[in-house]
Design a protein. Sequence first.
Length: 247
Amino acid sequence: MSARPLALEVRDLSVAYGKVEALHHASLEVPPGAIVTVIGPNGAGKTTMLNALMGLLPARGEVRYEGVSIARTEVEARVAHGLCLVPERRELFAQMTVADNLTLGAFPRHRRREAGIGADLEAVYERFPRLRQRRGQLAGTLSGGERQMLALGRALMAKPRVLMLDEPSLGLAPLVVRDIFRIISDLRRTGVSILLVEQNARAALHVADYGYVLETGEIVLEGPAADLATNPKVVETYLGFSGKPAA
């Protein structure tokens, strides 16, 4: 029996804004069922990378999803095949209810007349009880943590096989960050492969299996997350001198 292909394989990915190259020959791999994180400072090119992988930005290089090149695949088709992005700004429909936002997450599945959408909605409510409580509330009135939960829940309604998360902890209180990362860790049990982009290196390395460090558009370091968490350069630059994992 042949081994399963990588969930996501990126080779020599480069992205330029005009004459300025924001991402230089970046390569990474996301094995099936793994959590892989990309950490780095603001402006390193992390969001640019995710947008290129989603097909939102033109890029050079090779991107293979479950062993198949998606270089010429439109964004909608990438979503339909199970590649989903939760963007940094969440991009919810503020004037629509929580329930309607979640239903829209399954819109491509509705078009294909897939079965099981109602059961998946119930599963999202079980994973995020707060969303069940707020299901009739407008998304624009939610707290920051609730909006992040809604963004994750909406993405799960698309039945992703690879879920890309852009700064899920951004702007959230520490206790809420802990809950969000617990949820991300729990998603591994559903079989979803996760590419997690984060400035909060401590939390990201705590939940990830493998990590990459991106600085000024280049991957400068990679390795098992546990090794990166004790790497002197990572500890000094991103974790503080203690380097202790988050509780």
